[in-house]
Design a protein around this ligand. Structure first.
Ligand code: PNS
Length: 161
């Protein structure tokens, strides 16, 4: 079975990596889809987000990365995904996630399955990482070490701030 794991990944965190690692044990293949939310500007370009993910997923043979500016339901169909996968940090994630799952089922006929994130990552978010990095605070323990320098560099550059 093939799952597609969509997100903004701006930047990817250890919480995302935890979900992908666990999903790679549950599914034959995990397609990580870097997408964008409409009307949102990002610190990292789509290609930069894709590149960071490719580097941190190099040790997971049944995970691959795609990037797209379009509709998730279209990307899922194109990639032959059987299910959508999303991580849930706590109950406050549910209302929006349930709306998105219902919309994707309506427009794409595809179900969403949820993995509950590991407790050590339940308070972590990409926006917290960006905020810490902008203030030059340490972000080790929040993101994979391979991308720490990319994040500080992007914060210095300041695109999307
Ligand atoms: O990591 P995020 O920001 O919570 O991910 C949200 C994302 C990118 C998965 C969502 O905004 C999305 O699917 N965007 C693509 C456009 C789309 O399909 N919109 C309809 C979703 S119901």
């Amino acid at each position: 079975m093939r799952a597609i794991y969509p997100g903004s990944f701006s930047p990817p965190t250890l919480g995302h990596l935890d979900i992908i690692r666990r999903a790679a044990k549950l599914f034959d293949e995990v397609v990580v889809a870097v997408l964008s939310q409409p009307e949102k500007s990002y610190l990292f370009s789509l290609d930069e987000r894709k590149d960071m993910l490719k580097r941190i997923l190099s040790g997971i043979p049944n995970a691959r990365v795609v990037a797209d500016t379009g509709l998730l339901a279209d990307v899922a169909r194109r990639e032959g995904a059987d299910v959508l996968l999303r991580g849930i940090r706590d109950a406050s994630d549910l209302p929006l996630e349930m709306q998105m799952a219902a919309a994707n089922r309506q427009i794409g006929g595809v179900d969403t399955v949820f993995l509950v994130c590991s407790p050590e990552y339940s308070l972590l978010s990409s926006s917290i990482v960006r905020d810490c990095a902008r203030h030059r605070a340490p972000i080790n323990g929040m993101v994979p070490p391979e991308i720490v320098n990319d994040i500080y560099a992007a914060c210095l550059r300041g695109v999307g701030l």
